[in-house]
Write a protein that binds this ligand. Structure first.
Ligand SMILES: [Zn+2]
Ligand SMILES: [Zn+2]
Length: 374
């Protein structure tokens, strides 16, 4: 296969030819080589060549790219690249890749700022009762000197001539499946669509500056670990008049040495002596706000929960508070003196523990049955 001819040469126009001149040349050649009217052996091939040249030179963007890069693959090594005889095919493939490309971002359009995330550690009680605090967030803002253009005040950025301001370039490749057109970020302007000749002294041409921003945060009472607070418009600033992003504050609650939390309820464990549990007592329980008295009835078993109504966490949305649940754990004494040991022996004997009758034995009988499985 011959080397691909220059598109201008194909149409017989100069490199500086205007739109009209190109169109006129194309029409003339298309009529001349159209396979319906021209029965020469090479007419179809010529017609294709003309059509292809016009598809590129007749389109501002494609022409600019062609001017800069020429044919991407000048050898057309695939022998036409599996290109079918359908004359509309070439244009269709182009349209497929050029048209309606929703993913492509216009570099001149307003752009929303990015969202930011900030993780904030707070104390257990701060989560319960809420907190107000100031945080410092580094964020990107539009440069006030150049209003985001990046150009020195009094100057204007030039539209990039390689991409005509679109920020995108198209790369044509011949593949086994035909001609493929890929978009890529313009390498001349790095996708900005503009070339800044004289840069703004404040932002050095970026149009944005990093600023430390102090933001007042009000953490609502009842917030839980992992909660996210959204602060609308406190993210990165938008560009070219686009809206700011949002700031998401992720709450991390430090564990408490005594309390645990499950939703709006608070859990804690208090130790009881065997005597307290057996005889009953009144004990003091710390809550989130104060100490309250809790009556332990005689004969309380280890692991029993008592509920302190309304002593939990304020409900985040709505009224009222959760409860505090107190689990009592009976602590077996480990350091008994001789007198205590003797008293316990007497206690056991008076309850009949060492005999084979009564309550204790039936408990062991039940256990044996359970292990036998009947
Ligand atoms: Zn460009
Ligand atoms: Zn600036």
């Amino acid at each position: 296969m011959a080397q691909k001819r220059d598109y201008y040469e194909v149409l017989g126009v100069s490199k500086g030819a205007g739109e009209d001149e190109i169109k006129k040349a194309y029409r003339k050649l298309a009529r001349q080589y159209h396979p319906d009217v021209n029965k020469a052996a090479d007419a179809e091939e010529k017609f294709k060549e003309v059509k292809e040249a016009y598809d590129v030179l007749g389109d501002d963007q494609k022409r600019a790219m062609y001017d800069q890069y020429g044919h991407v693959d000048p050898n057309q090594g695939m022998g036409g690249g599996g290109f079918s005889g359908d004359f509309g095919g070439f244009g269709d493939i182009f349209d497929m890749f050029f048209g309606g490309g929703g993913r492509t971002r216009d570099p001149n359009a307003p752009q929303r700022g990015s969202d930011l995330q900030y993780t904030m550690q707070i104390e257990f009680k701060e989560a319960v009762f809420g907190k107000e605090t100031d945080i410092t967030i580094p964020r990107t803002e539009q440069c006030d000197t150049c209003f985001g253009t990046g150009a020195k005040p009094g100057t204007k950025p030039d539209t990039c001539s390689a991409c005509h301001g679109s920020g995108q370039q198209e790369v044509v490749q011949n593949t086994a499946f035909g001609r493929m057109v890929n978009r890529r970020t313009c390498t001349v302007c790095q996708g900005k669509g503009k070339i800044i000749r004289e840069k703004c002294g404040t932002c050095h041409g970026s149009g944005t500056v990093k600023k430390q921003r102090v933001i007042h945060v009000r953490i609502p009472a009842g917030v839980d670990d992992g909660a996210q607070l959204r602060m609308s418009g406190e993210g990165e600033s938008g560009l070219r008049g686009g809206p700011n992003g949002d700031l998401y504050i992720v709450i991390r609650v430090k564990p408490h040495e005594f309390f645990e939390r499950d939703g709006d309820d608070i859990y804690c464990e208090v130790p009881l002596t065997f005597a307290q549990a057996a005889l009953g007592d009144e004990i003091e329980i710390p809550t989130l706000t104060e100490k309250v008295k809790l009556k332990i009835p005689a004969g309380t078993q280890t692991g029993t929960f008592f509920r302190l109504r309304g002593k939990g966490v304020p409900r985040l949305r709505g009224h009222g508070q959760g409860d505090q649940h107190v689990k009592v754990v009976i602590v077996t004494p480990t350091k008994l003196n001789d007198e205590q040991k003797e008293l316990l022996r007497q206690f056991a004997a008076s309850g009949g523990e060492h005999t084979n009758g009564g309550h204790e034995e039936s408990f062991f009988d039940r256990m044996k049955r359970a292990f036998r499985g009947d």
